[in-house]
Design a protein around this ligand. Structure first.
Ligand SMILES: Nc1ncnc2c1ncn2[C@@H]1O[C@H](COP(=O)(O)OP(=O)(O)O)[C@@H](O)[C@H]1O
Ligand SMILES: [Mg+2]
Length: 252
């Protein structure tokens, strides 16, 4: 079972968009996928067609060990299962402070689903807090979406340092699974420059697949659908299918 978290403390870089669309694309290629929404904003939940105001169970319950992942997950139109989240998750951060081994809650919860899924994809909040630490400790790899714009590289150092810290303490086999260039606009000189910089610094750690700027990707969540079900011919849909293929072909 591969466990990938979508991590970047910068907001609006397409963590959630990438998480739910890679999930649907992996499903379309025969994989069993679980998405865990670990952001109190609950965007992955809404974008998966689940009403976050009426949750019987959420990632909050899983972190506090009140429910198992299998009890907390539900099916979504995209064909992947989802453990949803809403603003109650902000409370979990505080409640976690009182429990032992608080960094390991999600990792422990995942043990019970090892036979049930091929991929677990975790959508992280835009900060390096205890929720993100739980995701990093539970993951086999980190996918770092980066918007190709001026301040893209700023902040990546802090994220890389956090990943290194987690490797040295709680999760020695954690890998950077890939840097993902998102919202790419090939006509923009700055986009090209940032992309070149990423390739120079991170080399083969950068995914070959590039996600273009595509309005269909921004529209799909308001219908509660991954883009593949909203408009399979959109450039964004094709890009995320290509990325799922790149992931599957390079699995070790
Ligand atoms: N490739 C893209 N093209 C156009 N809009 C995009 C693309 N990727 C994401 N968006 C939009 O950009 C905004 C931020 O994306 P989101 O996935 O919510 O980022 P994050 O989870 O990192 O905060 C959202 O409104 C989303 O619909
Ligand atoms: Mg998000």
């Amino acid at each position: 079972m591969n466990v990938f978290c979508f991590c970047n403390q910068k907001g609006g870089v397409a963590k959630t968009t990438s998480c739910i669309n890679i999930a649907a694309s992996l499903v379309s290629q025969g994989q069993r996928v679980l998405v865990i929404d670990l952001d109190p904003q609950g965007n992955a939940t809404t974008g998966s067609g689940i009403d976050k105001s009426e949750l019987l169970a959420s990632s909050n319950d899983v972190l506090l060990a009140a429910k198992t992942l299998l009890d907390a997950q539900q099916a979504t139109p995209g064909g992947y299962d989802l453990v949803p989240a809403n603003s109650e998750l902000t409370q979990a951060e505080i409640d976690l402070l009182a429990v032992p081994l608080r960094e390991f809650r999600l990792r422990n919860a995942l043990k019970a689903v090892r036979e049930h899924y091929d991929y677990v994809l975790i959508d992280c909040p835009p900060s390096l807090n205890m929720l993100t630490v739980n995701a990093l400790v539970a993951s086999t790899g980190v996918i770092i979406p980066v918007q190709c714009e001026f301040f893209a590289l700023e902040g990546l150092t802090a994220l890389i340092n956090t990943i290194e810290q987690i490797k040295q303490t709680a999760n020695p086999t954690l890998k950077i699974r890939g840097i993902l260039r998102t919202m790419y606009d090939g006509r923009n000189a700055l986009t090209l420059e940032v992309s070149e910089q990423l390739l120079t610094v991170f080399k083969t750690q950068v995914f070959q697949t590039i996600i273009p700027r595509n309005v269909r990707l921004a529209e799909a969540p308001s219908y509660g659908l991954p883009v593949l079900l909203y408009d399979a011919n959109a450039s964004g849909a094709k890009a995320y299918v290509a990325l799922a293929t790149e992931l599957l072909l390079s699995e070790y």
